[in-house]
Design a protein around this ligand. Structure first.
Ligand code: LMR
Length: 396
């Protein structure tokens, strides 16, 4: 029966990691997948996660199922991070949160909810966007349309073009926005631009949806929610898919959340009953460990403060690598201007390297970069900076 099956193409990001693992060259460098590496090139378990796990080991009394949306404590902790602890959205119970298996699981839950409950609307995604967005929405049977985002010449956001494209959306269409640290460009709207985008969504009756996977990696945990909170002030309804893979380093625990904000608590509860029935037929109910860790840290003042310091340390190290990368290329005599890398946020930057250069970097130097030219700055260290920049200088 299986002889008729043809092979699926490798995933552009996770497939690259598979190739990297098989590469036997000791000097190989992985700037593909967005995983934080410390100065020694390791992806550490955060100290606060270890402390929370020790507490949980003591406290835990059962491995019984969670409810379909996960625990209420986790849902509230997620909402407080997203909207701010004193948000009226929370006190009026307009927000409802389901724990989901990672950010991807949250996106898929959102996509299924959109398709089944909101009908044949289009999903507007930025050009470019995270490689998996297309696949997740297509898997739910949704059509995606691109809006302009990146200007390759200025290496900045093409904001006017974005607004002009989104003005063509029909009422009810979904506008997918990256909460911060846009993946893959590292370029985020500034406050006045968030305001204009929110005004447009309100005026044209578009439904905003945030993919929020890097909270804390741009300017700070609170600061990075600025765009979402501007939207939450203006738009009565919105959707959020968020993830704790990066900011808690809980990649393999798959801790994400799908949050729905409705006009009223009553409408929210009705809509959320549909979210629960979707989750039930996909994965039934979520895993407990990762979300318990997050809840423990966020609800303990001392652990929360220490966690914010750990996030700041990751953010600062990536920023330091951005500066060192630009400087090292300059020192090597590269005259292409890479200074834009220093202005961008989060783990990623769009390097401007083309497919052929990316391929040569892999084949000749063991340097792995996503085909689009996206580099994960989080994979750079002081130790790999020289060989990395020498490789790039050679292929430019
Ligand atoms: C990335 O973009 O590298 C990460 O979000 C990991 C992934 O699942 O692709």
């Amino acid at each position: 029966m299986f002889e008729k099956i043809s092979a699926a193409p490798a995933d552009p990001i996770l497939g690259l990691t598979e190739e990297f693992k098989k590469d036997t060259r000791p000097e190989k460098i992985n700037l593909g997948v967005g995983i934080y590496k410390d100065e020694s090139g390791n992806t550490p378990v955060l100290a606060t996660v270890k402390k929370a796990e020790a507490i949980l080991l003591e406290k835990e009394t059962t491995k019984s199922y969670l409810s379909i949306p996960g625990t209420a404590e986790y849902g509230l902790a997620v909402q407080q991070l997203l909207f701010g602890a004193d948000s009226p959205i929370i006190s009026s119970k307009r927000a409802l949160t389901a724990q989901a298996p990672g950010g991807t699981g949250a996106l898929r839950l959102a996509a299924e909810f959109i398709k089944r409950q909101l009908g044949d609307v289009k999903v507007w995604i930025s050009n470019p966007t995270w490689a998996n967005h297309n696949g997740v929405f297509a898997a739910a049977g949704l059509e995606t349309v691109q809006y302009s985002y990146y200007n390759a010449e200025t290496k900045d956001m093409d904001f006017d073009a974005a607004l002009a494209d989104l003005a063509k959306a029909a009422p009810g269409d979904i506008v997918l926005l990256h909460g911060c640290c846009h993946n893959p460009t590292g370029i985020d709207p500034v406050a006045s631009q968030w305001q204009q985008l929110a005004d447009l969504c309100k005026e044209k009756q578009l439904l905003p949806m945030f993919d929020f996977a890097y909270q804390g990696f741009a300017a700070g945990v609170e600061e990075d929610a600025q765009g979402l909170r501007i939207f939450a002030d203006k738009c009565e309804e919105l959707l959020v898919a968020s993830s704790f893979s990066k900011n808690f380093g809980l990649y393999n625990e798959r801790v994400g959340a799908f949050t729905l904000v409705a006009k009223s608590s009553e409408e929210g509860n009705t809509a959320f009953s549909q979210v629960k029935s979707i989750a039930r037929v996909i994965y039934s109910n979520p895993p407990a460990h990762g979300s318990a860790v997050v809840t423990e840290i966020l609800n303990d003042a001392a652990l929360r403060a220490e966690w914010e310091q750990e996030v700041a340390a990751m953010r600062d190290r990536i920023q330091e690598m951005r500066t060192l990368f630009v400087q090292t290329l300059k020192d090597l005599g590269v005259d292409t201007d890479f200074s834009f890398i220093e202005r961008q946020n989060g783990m990623f930057s769009f390097s401007g390297l083309n497919k052929e250069q990316v391929n040569r970097l892999k084949e000749e130097f063991g340097i792995y970069i996503v085909g689009s030219g996206r580099i994960s700055v989080a994979g750079m260290t002081k130790a790999n900076m020289q060989p990395l920049c020498k490789g790039i200088a050679a292929v430019l």
